[in-house]
Design a protein around this ligand. Structure first.
Ligand code: TNX
Length: 527
């Protein structure tokens, strides 16, 4: 009997060892992969062969990041070591960003039809390299053959820098981590009631006055990005194949701008004083259009996010504004909702003279915006009918429901700071398991779902440490939910790879919530 038990124990141990050997150190998990029984070595004698000069910047990124994370400079002239080959060619997966990675003991070949695919392949190889064993300045990388393509084209993260400002260094670090996780859209919430954070040359007071204060201290000195800062960040993101989408929120959440240029304020009420731009003044449209013109030059993405959320918090004051009353008569607008739609439609028309696409929060679904050039961001998880409405009207949609994708919500039942919704919050597993199929209308309109995005709102986040605590490790679960097909996702398998990842967070000086031993990394609460 005991013999039998020992026999089974040995079998179980062997099996688990075997499984461990199969763990692929890549987040998000590739969609198809197989183990090859070889080891690929990277050291100073390794040579990169770039078949297509268009992939030079991806090769440069790889070398740079490898040096940064492993200390190994690969720049061999004569090729006495292994080869990393980048080649552009047709591959079986036709989705943009797909790639193949084929490895044996001497070569690692990355093939893709487009530069995004080459980059994604590079990132997979980089992750394998970072996680591999190092002996005598050589990385011993287990070989895999990978055939991979993204579930969604839009794999996004939004950062709110109006409520608290974090600055270039933190943003670059976030972009670094996004790139390693194949996240490719950075939605930058640069204006809101608290502060205006992007320099506009034509209206300098927007930042000099509108940039003063933050959510914890209304008198804090002005903090904002100069236009040169913006150029720097946009270029940094571009090297990492991340598109930056700026948000200029209107007609609500406008308090900071209204402090600087009160002539365009549409008022507000109570704690939302001066919350709106004034839809009844011609000058407001000119002012905002001039702002958008400068913004469009700074951000090459050609998509502008115009906000459009929560206007009703401050629009009641429009009933007392003679300009708005005149507008309502002229345009036969029956109520404040129709005024809001009129404003949003008019600003979208202007924006579409400058940008090729406008995006907006789901409140804009009813505003009659052109279906082909508008992207709706569905965030009100408690209003699934808004999502259905947007899809039925034919809009393309990015899914960013508060539950489970707002990272200002707490992640653990013991957390004391951060949001909850009727007691609900956003633990890691829920982010990981987020599925379009759980949303019936989305399932039926899957062609219109561009992807998913998490939102890091910063009312309760003042410091880099708390920001990281809220972001890590949930950002890794987001990445896998955005990249890996549902049928290939497995929470237990993901946790195994995550566990391996944690020491690297520490090595990169990233604070995180330790899912496995929560006491090790206590919640950070900013006072
Ligand atoms: C709602 S999401 C907002 C933000 C807040 C966030 C906090 C959205 C379009 N509006 O202004 O920061 O909730 O979770």
């Amino acid at each position: 009997m005991t013999k039998k038990i020992i026999f089974y124990l040995v079998i179980i141990l062997m099996a688990s060892e075997f499984t461990r050997g199969q763990v692929i150190s890549i987040i998000p998990l590739p969609n198809q992969y197989e183990k090859v029984n070889h080891t690929f070595v990277i050291n100073e004698r390794t040579k990169m062969i770039v078949r297509d000069s268009t992939s030079l910047s991806e090769a440069h990124y790889f070398k740079n990041q490898l040096l940064r994370y492993t200390g190994i400079p690969i720049n061999s002239e004569n090729g006495k070591g292994s080869f990393i080959v980048l080649q552009r060619r047709k591959i079986p997966d036709t989705k943009e960003g797909s790639y193949l990675l084929d490895m044996d003991s001497d070569t690692a070949v990355i093939s893709a039809a487009d530069d995004k695919g080459i980059f994604n392949g590079i990132v997979s190889l980089l992750q394998l390299a970072i996680h591999s064993k190092e002996e005598d300045n050589s990385l011993q990388i287990p070989c895999w053959n990978i055939q991979d393509s993204p579930l969604f084209a839009w794999r996004g993260l939004m950062l709110d820098e109006s409520r608290h400002f974090f600055g270039k260094k933190v943003v670059k670090e976030i972009l670094d981590q996004m790139a390693l996780l194949k996240l490719n859209r950075f939605h930058w919430h640069l204006t809101d009631a608290t502060g205006w954070r992007v320099e506009i040359q034509k209206y300098p007071k927007l930042t000099l006055i509108g940039g003063i204060g933050n959510y914890s201290d209304s008198l804090a000195p002005a903090k904002y990005y100069t236009q040169d800062d913006i150029r720097e960040i946009v270029a940094y993101a571009k090297t990492r194949h991340i598109e930056v989408i700026p948000e200029i929120d209107m007609p609500g959440h406008a308090t900071a701008a209204n402090r600087a240029y009160p002539q365009y304020s549409g008022g507000g009420s109570g704690k939302y004083a001066d919350f709106t731009f004034n839809p009844g003044k011609k000058g407001t449209y000119t002012f905002l259009t001039n702002i958008l013109k400068e913004v469009s030059v700074l951000f090459p993405s050609d998509i502008i996010h115009l906000g459009g959320d929560e206007v009703s918090f401050g629009s009641k004051s429009w009933t007392e504004d003679p300009g708005v009353q005149r507008l309502m008569k002229q345009q036969q607008l029956k109520n404040l909702k129709e005024v809001e739609y009129y404003f949003f439609k008019r600003m979208t028309d202007s924006a579409l003279q400058i940008f090729s696409k406008v995006s907006a929060w789901d409140e804009a679904t009813g505003a009659g915006l052109p279906v082909d050039s508008t992207i709706i961001f569905w965030w009100r998880h408690d209003k699934p009918e808004q999502l259905s409405k947007a899809l039925n009207k034919g809009y393309n949609v990015v899914l960013c429901p508060r539950i489970p994708l707002y990272f200002d919500f707490v992640q653990d039942s013991s957390d004391i700071d951060g949001r909850r919704w009727n007691g609900d919050f956003n633990p890691l597993v829920q982010v990981y398991d987020f599925s379009v199929d759980s949303l019936p209308t989305a399932k039926h309109h899957s062609q219109q779902i561009l992807g998913i995005q998490a939102g890091l709102w910063t009312e309760t986040i003042q410091t880099k440490k708390r920001l990281e605590y809220m972001l890590f490790p949930r950002i890794t679960a987001l990445a896998e939910a955005a990249w890996t097909d549902e049928k290939n996702r497995n929470y237990e398998g993901y946790l195994r790879r995550l566990k391996e990842e944690l020491p690297f967070f520490t090595q990169r000086n990233i604070y995180f919530f330790d899912q496995f031993s929560p006491n090790k990394t206590p919640e950070v609460v900013d006072e």
